[in-house]
Design a protein around this ligand. Sequence first.
Ligand SMILES: O=C(O)CCC(=O)C(=O)O
Ligand SMILES: [Fe+2]
Length: 418
Amino acid sequence: METEQQLDTLQSQFPEVDKDVLLELLITFDGSVEQTKLMLEEQFGPREIKPEIKGKSPTGKRKANDEPCVLTKKKAFSQRQTSFKVSKASANISTTLYDKEQIETMVPYLRFYPNFLPESLADDLLDELLSKRAKFKDKMFHIAGNECHSNHQSTVFYDGDIPEQRYDNGLYRNSKCMAQSFTGNIRTAKFLIEDQANEVLATTKRHPLQVQSEWRASMCVGNYFHTNKNNLDWHSDRLTTIGPLPLICSLTLGATRIFRIRKQYGESPIYNIPLPHNSLLLMLPGTQEEFKHCVPSLANSLLAKHPRANETRINLTLRMSRPHLLSNTPSCPVCRSAMTLRRMYKKPASRGYYFWLCDGGYRSGKECPGFYFADLSQIEKPRAKLYTRDVKQATRWLAEDDHEARIATEFHMEDVKD
Ligand SMILES: O=C(O)CCC(=O)C(=O)O
Ligand SMILES: [Fe+2]
């Protein structure tokens, strides 16, 4: 079924929901009308199943009172092919940014520091991480019922105790992936990176949703790209433990590979940023909300081998988790699984709303439509309800230059009725 038809089907059953919101949800549920409908029924009450949904649904037939349908492998695959075609079509223009000035001018959410650490610390850190290769594991997750493995290996380092509740990013759901503690070299690097990060933050306006204290890295995701064939797909980093508007500091060690970044929505160019050994890239607050990034495995994406690491590139991304956010993460109203925090971005009228989505399917492959809007107004409180069913209570953040969505705001509140 074409997207327009899917939207019409949903709109006919949920006339009270704005079409832009329906589209956003349809995309969130990988194009599944059934899953979108189940989630909407959670919010707005059950609806009659219209014949067109039964007959033409991408997930096959469904009787009333049946268990939710799960996408078949074949269907999920063909849907992904479609979305791949779309992203390929808009991916034509790509520009390479070679130095600090070009990077920070073209993508003002980024800060770039070549040769950041003292040389001997960067080399020691690289050698130490190369020797720990066995600790880096495939990420494992499910998309629309299919088990998937990442094409590069990862691990997580924690500063201090490894928390009971390890969650987010797809890493902690993999039993093979044991978290590790910060080593001496990581801690030394962390202090230097924190100083740089806080210096930059001091020059920017702090949003109430951001961390209000000094920025301190409490965890670090390590990515191991053994050869140029190992890649990391387009994504924005999960917000569940690090919260909205996070700062993420990314240190590259070993081979020079291309890092790509593009806006989440609209006609955006793709920027290629070569990241050499010992370069630090800061992704400032708003980067995860507004952009996607990846490390592609193009033939020309390996720009320089490293004298000792050869083709291997190791990346450390330092992050600050927000403990109250973790302890106040809602559980799914449908299946009680933990939920992940995301932000809508596709359509101007709904862009910027944070929401919680059930994560059960990501881990088990059994999809669940659990959904809440996120109310992050109390995010700094130890005990707070961070979810709501009412879009008027939902937290929204829009980029200052997102005029399209800022104009759409006024209309949106009228459009979404109780
Ligand atoms: O390897 C990189 O440069 C990026 C890593 C990354 O995007 C991530 O860990 O989420
Ligand atoms: Fe990332």
